[in-house]
Design a binder for this molecule. Structure first.
Ligand code: BGC
Length: 746
């Protein structure tokens, strides 16, 4: 990867800042007349620079780059980790050679662990929400904001970039991923990574691969055929890496077709490094390493967070001839070239004050583009702020905050958990954390003349009584989820279905606002006027929501994941749970058992290629809300479809805003492959977000690379375009595609 050439090297000739301490440049330490280390020459490529460093390194120095130094709560910590910046991972520097430490932090929807480190981070809307914007610029901004805050807090590597496909929507990490379609997820995560790396932070895509449920994640063996894996799950990673050149890939906890992902030669070497030509490095998920020689030969470059297999054990293995030095050199080269390529050696982070206001603005803007309008009978929304009458706000702690996603993605809210007394209730593992962004306050601020009253919703009868007296009832419902757990079901927890049904029965003008990390079922859907999916809205969720409710923002987001009618319609109606022997149940030192390897249990993805909408399409199952679906306060019309083919397929069509309000329509393009390809009915192959004033029309042109029309031919181990008739379908959701044209491709 070649990032834009940097021009700040002259500053570097004055000093290199490592750990916030200004050190003299290495060449100055070595003597007045010595020229700068050859690898500090930015005219050389990252590979050339890395090769020059590797030549100078001792075996001990090389091995020091191949592992972390411990992590709080996952001891033991190396004494060297005193210099850690407080994040999840710390790799020691090599001052003799001017190589800085790698300071890694989790950063899925914002920088983690800011609370215990006495810092502040912005919470963006969750990753699934970001995907709902289908907005590549917003995705870039998402990554750039995270990277700016990482750098301000002293980190040079991010551990975000979750892009596992939502095969299992009850997965407790669904909110950390980008939905069910590899094309959408790959393009979006690619922009997030690009945004991070262009601020000179090492980007990392995770969890490679097939880590689609949390139950038994350290033991499960996922059985999947190669074609399904290449065309679905792995394709999301492939596109993400291609679009961004992300420098790191985190291999997953689980096994895939028999081998742990972090010692899986097919995944790490055959596909990632050879077929995709990935130049960066692979690091293990935290205690996802299980061997030394096997993992190294399979392509694992770096162990996190501890030093069990890749420190002393690695040195011994090298000395015993079990791991060739050339393999070590390749691991080290990959790590160093990634540091040069991402710019963290030439432009190390300097701690500074996080731009809180700037973060709010970005978080709000992205949430405004991510809230999906799922239903709006009789155009109940937008409300007229100057004439809103009385509004009952009900449920989900909407008086104080909005829920966020837990686990290693958790961002710490300023002031602590909003539902606790100020300063109390810091984030702890799997605590349900509400961010201090109050829908009640935001609604009152937007409609100062309205009578806005709140009921906590804990007693449905009292909530219904308040709703009955009001002109409009806005009922909030939440579904919390986190790493380390899966949802028991897709039903709203805590009897919120009952609450909504009672409120809807009391007031015909009921708006439901969902704060969920996964799809939910909605037995009350036909009885409410309006449904908004706000996801985990981030630091400014309430303000964004109020602007949607009162029409300052016209919703434009579309679902990146199908909302099924019932769990019975999922490819796997129940989650496969691990047997007792394959779990650790939070025992002390559980990680030691995990490192040694827990007995495998099996999941078989027999739905194969039919992930998400492809499953419902193929199985003719009616859904609650389809993939790609989302309403607006205006309406759009599609016309004038033309398709022509050459090296790529070129499509053009017209989108017209037929309503009386400006908006942005996400126009989606799907392709149905020839029958002989043996594919699900259709796949997403392109989209465009079209901004249109009331009454305005625009011509949209989309080029489809034949690669995205291909299938993976396992016998040839290659992508193949199957000759035949391809039908292109265009419209505003996967189930509303008014334009249709076929073309023959050879
Ligand atoms: C998670 C990773 C995370 C790591 C470090 C693991 O438990 O699966 O996503 O980056 O911890 O916190």
């Amino acid at each position: 990867m070649i990032l834009p050439r940097r021009t700040f090297l002259t500053n570097l000739q004055l000093s290199i800042v490592i750990f916030g301490i200004a050190l003299s440049p290495v060449w100055a330490q070595a003597g007045e007349h010595k020229p700068a280390s050859a690898w500090m020459n930015t005219a050389l490529s990252p590979d050339e620079r890395a090769a020059l460093v590797v030549k100078e390194m001792t075996l001990d120095e090389k091995i020091s780059l191949l592992h972390g130094t411990g992590m709080k709560g996952l001891g033991p910590m190396s004494p060297l980790s005193v210099k850690s910046n407080g994040g999840a991972g710390y790799v020691v520097p090599i001052p003799r050679l001017g190589i800085p430490a790698i300071q890694m932090s989790d950063a899925a929807y914002g920088v983690r662990m800011s609370g215990e480190n006495g810092r502040y981070s912005t919470a963006l809307p969750d990753n699934l929400a970001g995907a709902a914007s289908w907005d590549l610029d917003a995705a870039y901004e998402y990554g750039a904001l995270i990277a700016r805050e990482l750098r301000a807090q002293g980190y040079n590597m991010s551990l975000g970039g979750g892009v596992n496909l939502a095969r299992e929507p009850r997965n407790g990490r669904t909110f950390e991923y980008m939905g069910e379609d590899p094309f959408l997820a790959g393009k979006m995560v690619g922009q997030v990574m690009k945004g991070e790396q262009e601020q000179h932070v090492i980007g990392d895509i995770k969890h490679y691969a097939m880590n689609d449920q949390e139950s038994g994640r350290n033991a499960v063996n996922v059985n999947i055929d190669k074609r399904s894996m290449r065309e679905s799950d792995l394709l999301a990673f492939e596109i993400g890496l291609r679009e961004s050149n992300a420098a790191a890939v985190m291999c997953a906890y689980n096994r895939v077709n028999g081998d742990y992902a972090c010692e899986n030669k097919y995944l790490l070497t055959d596909v990632l490094k050879k077929d995709w030509n990935f130049k960066g490095f692979v690091l293990s998920d935290w205690q996802g390493t299980h061997s030394t020689a096997k993992a190294s030969a399979a392509g694992l470059d770096h162990e996190e967070p501890a030093e069990i297999f890749y420190a002393d054990a690695m040195k011994k293995a090298v000395e015993a001839g079990q791991v060739p030095v050339s393999e070590i050199d390749d691991h080290v080269h990959r790590i160093l070239r990634s540091m040069f390529a991402a710019g963290v050696i030439d432009d190390p982070p300097v701690k500074s004050v996080v731009d809180v206001q700037g973060g709010f603005e970005v978080a709000q803007k992205i949430e405004e583009q991510s809230i999906v309008l799922l239903r709006n009978e009789h155009s109940l929304l937008p409300l007229d702020a100057s004439n809103a009458g009385s509004i009952a706000v009900i449920g989900a702690h909407a008086d104080v905050g909005m829920i966020s996603g837990g686990g290693s993605a958790q961002v710490d809210p300023p002031g602590g958990n909003a539902i606790m007394p100020p300063g109390k209730g810091n984030t702890t593992w799997q605590a349900h954390i509400w961010f201090p962004t109050s829908p009640l306050k935001a609604i009152r601020a937007s409609a100062p003349h309205a009578k806005v009253q709140y009921d906590p919703g804990t007693d449905p009868a009292s909530a219904a009584a308040l709703a009955r007296k009001a002109d409009i009832a806005i009922v909030f419902a939440h579904q919390w989820e986190s790493e380390g757990m899966d949802l028991d079901s897709l039903s709203l927890p805590e009897r919120q279905d009952d609450l909504i049904a009672r409120v809807a029965a009391a007031n015909p003008h009921t708006v439901v606002v969902l704060e969920t990390g996964s799809p939910v079922t909605m037995p009350w859907a036909d009885h409410v006027s309006t449904i908004l999916e706000a996801w985990y809205g981030g630091s400014r969720g309430a303000e964004a929501l109020a602007r949607v409710i009162f029409g300052e923002v016209n919703p434009s987001a579309k679902l990146p994941i199908t909302f099924p009618k019932t769990e019975a319609d999922l490819p796997h109606p129940s989650i496969v749970k691990p047997p007792r022997a394959s779990t650790t149940n939070d025992e002390p030192d559980a990680w030691k058992k995990i490192a040694a390897g827990l007995p495998a249990f099996q999941i078989t993805y027999d739905e194969g290629l039919k992930v998400g909408y492809k499953w419902y399409d193929a199985e003719h199952k009616e859904v609650l809300f389809p993939f790609g679906y989302g309403l607006s306060y205006t309406t759009y019309n599609y016309s004038d479809f033309k398709v022509s083919s050459g090296k790529t397929v070129r499509l053009s069509f017209k989108v017209t805003n037929t309503g009386n309000r400006a908006g942005a329509e996400i126009a989606e393009v799907y392709a149905a492959l020839p029958e002989s390809a043996g594919e699900p009915p259709k796949r997403l192959v392109g989209w465009s977000k079209v901004k249109l004033d009331a009454g305005e029309s625009k011509e949209v042109a989309i080029e489809v690379d034949p690669e995205y029309l291909s299938i993976f031919n396992v016998d040839r181990d290659a992508w193949q375009l199957v000759p035949g008739d391809y039908t292109f379908l265009v419209g505003g959701s996967s189930q509303n595609l008014p334009l249709k044209e076929s073309v023959n491709l050879k």
